[in-house]
Design a protein around this ligand. Sequence first.
Ligand code: PLP
Length: 451
Amino acid sequence: MTVQPNSIEGRDIAFHLHSYTNARKHEANGPIVMESGEGVHVTDTDGNRYIEAMSGLWSVAVGFGEKRLVDAAARQMQKLNYYHTFTHKSHGPAIELAEKLVGMAPVPMSKAYFTNSGSEANDTMMKLVRYRSNALGQPQKKKIISRIRGYHGVTLASASLTGLPNNHRAFDLPMPGILHTTCPHYWREGRDGESEEAFATRCAEDLDAMIEAEGPDTVAAFIAEPVMGAGGVVVPPATYWEKIQAVLKRYDILLVADEVICGFGRTGQMFGSQTYGIEPDIMTLSKALSSSYLPISALLINERVYAPVADQSSEIGTFGHGYTASGHPVAAAVALENLKIIEERDLVANAREMGEVMQAGLRRLADHPLVGEVRGVGLIAAIELVTDKAAKLSAQPPGDLAARGFAIMQKNGVISRAMGDALAFCPPLIVEKQHIDTIVETTARSLDELQ
Ligand code: PLP
């Protein structure tokens, strides 16, 4: 493809370094430039219209072009465009949103703390965990266990929690004190003859063994997504969470649920923690919190976390952490209106109903010769692509089939996402049956083209 230097694509190549993009390939091929969005659709500058079957980056829950959110932002900007939350200052939207989130939490939570991205929320979580251990007089209790293929962000600290090689390689990560335990992907990690239940037991035993090897009094927290997202939509075995939580309780280790993708309806309940019976001490939230109309994220912390942190801040004189835009009033006002929409339109019920349609539709593709596994829950799913079904052989080079499959689907008008060897689906919670039918039919056609 030749890109004209003065075109919008040419200027993008000239001036813009992209996230998660091969820079040299980008110089050769240029971007697809999106111009507008409405409902589950986005349209590019060439007039091509796509179903956004990934909600952007797993985030635009209420769909594109929602006027109520535009109006909420404009109202708040006119009233008080900015104020901070440092040194005893506050404002209505932050207070209201904190109260709303604490009230919505699936387990008793004490406080909400605001940040601006999922990465910052998890970074802040790590600092809170350290601060708490110092407050409790346990300075050795600082290690955090995450999981292979977990995704928790890209700051130096949160990228260390992330369990994907691409986020570590070339960045000299992970940082010391962060460990990664077994990924609960039965189809890929289960042994010959091992039942799913036995695999879940093995995952918990691996965690137990890691804690014992490190020294139980050195491990402060365990972080996990209820359903792994960017690691390839990994749905855990039914008894996984029960077994993992039993281990954490035994060693008095905090449980952090990273609900950045699962939160606010994605799994068919308000939180992924409800779907899997998870009782976290800390929850990190973002994405669907504002449907990504503006950047905002939050942590919910329970009393076990809050009380020692509050004590420690008196000891030191202040809780020395915060971002200029923490609890930004415009982002908070948009988040509040967004949550109102999710509740008023009962989008969680829609996620459940449409989720069943999507899961059943995609599972109809399970017999396709290129499909190794179809997995998912609610409105999040993935199709694992293989070159040899029986041997579960992945493409060479790794990710090649998924990358090509993604490109064919995009050409056919549906935006999915290639995650390793899988194609992921995560449409807006407002999705209707006709859109899901198109997503499934386009996927089937694209898989045939890929053969
Ligand atoms: N946690 C999870 C589960 C995520 O999926 C993501 C982003 O995809 C993050 C954290 C990081 O969020 P952000 O990209 O807003 O920093």
